[in-house]
Design a protein around this ligand. Structure first.
Ligand code: ATP
Ligand code: MG
Length: 466
């Protein structure tokens, strides 16, 4: 992976020192130099641009905007020591991702992989080709093998390029000379485990958006039960944000009064102070999940959406440091707000149901995401309320959607009954039900947590019992 670092501190700067041992890096000092490098007629392939917030001849965000306009396939990170909300806002407004300094090289690899944008596509025919499986470069091939082995997408760097944290780097890896291109040798398995642990221990908030192009398929139910399981079973500090843009129904699952909602947040003249954030949320007494419900966000004419994409991401950014996971009910409206949410999320759960029309609508989502440069690898089809006897097999339903990552949640008659009692079903059913197991398995595909590691394989269990 080739990273272009734009930083006047050059070889002595933190950006260079953190990344050079692990990536093929090119450093330039200034805005104009970076532009010249990216626009070179010999077309050197740059995979990621990381730019310092302030450059001697301009702002990093101006370069980010330039890259977004002229090289939209290249993701850009704006890095800065001061990780204030204003810096984050400025970076995201320029179409970049914000990277606080100091950071961990492993995390950069992880984030770069996730946010690698695909080039914009011109015609529907070409779009279709993009969705076909094709010969993958070696790095991707290694990653998909390891995913299959584990049965879940790993949020970690692939084993071939496993890297230690920035802080451990000096004892464990020989730092090469600045001009060398570095390729990483395969790491021993032990290192992988250590790294996983490290990433978990550091604060990282996973953002998951749940949506569906069709209503009534189980978005809110999945959001509520997934979030409640994360908090009650794994003690992952979790918030639910409801950005559904219709009247929401998250509060139907909790014994909470709607005293605070997204609308109240938007009415604030400035972002809440750190000390005020807890009071801006509702806290569920039996799960300790925080909830920011929506209310009617459409105008009276039902057309103009009151929330803007940046307002939604501002709320996420403000809550980010306070939680380990944010689960968003993104609703059904495929507008700029939803696509912005998909862009900033780590995982996107598209809920489908075993109805042909719903499955067909879901089929077009990867195309719509690709066209907007949103990484489709983070998309997972959750086939909800699955059951036999609907004239469609589960495999056929998955094929109709055509998304590689998928997860099945079966129809459970208890879901509806318990929701009426204003309690997430997962609390009532505990580990007894298939529904619990299916939500647990879903969580294990999304969150890096020690509970999900080192689960004995079926083979190991058989050996033990044998
Ligand atoms: N796995 C399941 N088994 C049985 N019933 C389910 C399951 N998941 C959801 N339901 C039921 O399906 C109905 C719709 O669920 P939910 O309100 O979560 O859908 P939604 O996609 O959020 O709808 P909307 O688009 O109106 O917001 C509810 O009655 C819910 O109880
Ligand atoms: Mg809903």
């Amino acid at each position: 992976m080739k990273i272009l670092i734009v930083d006047s501190h050059r070889e002595t700067g933190e950006l260079y020192m953190t990344l050079a041992p692990f990536f093929d890096v090119q450093v330039v000092d200034e805005f104009e130099e970076a532009k010249a490098y990216l626009d070179r007629p010999d077309g050197v392939q740059v995979d990621v641009v990381i730019v310092r917030f302030l450059l001697p001849d301009g702002k990093g965000t101006e370069l980010a905007a330039y890259v977004k306009e002229y090289h939209p396939e290249i993701p850009v990170f704006v890095a800065n020591e001061d990780a204030s909300l204003d810096h984050w806002k400025e970076a995201t407004a320029a179409g970049a991702l914000f990277l606080p300094i100091p950071f961990d090289a492993a995390k950069v690899k992880q984030v770069c992989g996730r946010n690698k944008k695909k080039p914009p596509i011109e015609t529907p025919d070409q779009n279709r080709q993009q969705l076909q499986p094709k010969a993958v470069p070696q790095e991707t091939a290694v990653k998909s093998v390891s995913k299959e082995e584990k049965g879940t997408p790993s949020p970690l760097p692939d084993a071939e390029q496993e890297v230690p944290s920035a802080s451990k780097r000096e004892e464990e890896i020989e730092v090469p000379s600045p001009t060398k291109t570095v390729s990483i040798a395969p790491e021993p398995k032990k290192r992988v485990k250590k790294l996983r642990q490290k990433i978990y221990n550091e604060h990282y908030c996973t953002v998951i958006t749940v949506f569906s192009p069709k209503g009534g398929v189980g978005k809110t139910t999945t959001t509520v039960n997934l979030a409640s399981l994360l908090k009650t079973e794994l003690d992952i500090r979790t918030a639910i944000l409801e950005f559904s843009r219709q009247t929401g129904n998250v509060l139907g699952h909790f014994p909470l009064n709607p005293t605070m909602d997204v609308g109240n947040w938007l009415e604030l003249s400035k972002p809440p102070k750190e000390t005020e954030i807890e009071d801006m949320l509702l806290w569920c007494p039996n799960t300790e999940v925080a909830v920011l419900p929506t209310r009617k966000l459409l105008d009276d004419d039902q057309e103009k959406v009151k929330i803007k994409p940046e307002e939604a991401t501002d709320i996420i950014q403000t809550l980010h440091p306070h939680f380990d996971c944010i689960v968003i009910d993104g609703g059904t409206i495929l507008d700029d707000v939803l696509f912005k949410l998909l862009e900033v999320s780590d995982h996107v759960l598209m809920i489908s149901k075993m109805e042909r029309e719903t499955l067909q609508d879901c089929h077009y989502m990867p195309l719509m995401m690709e066209r907007r440069g949103i990484d489709t690898e983070k998309l997972m089809n959750v086939l909800n309320q699955a059951k036999k006897g609907l004239g469609l097999s589960i495999s056929d339903a998955k094929d109709m959607v055509g998304v590689q990552n998928s997860h099945v949640i079966h129809f459970d008659p208890g879901v509806e009954k318990v929701a009426k009692e204003k309690e997430p079903y997962i609390i009532r059913t505990k580990s007894k039900s298939k529904y619990f197991k299916e939500i647990w398995d879903l969580a294990s595909k999304l969150i890096d947590h020690p509970e999900f590691e080192d689960q004995p394989s079926l083979f190991q269990k058989l050996k033990f019992w044998g």
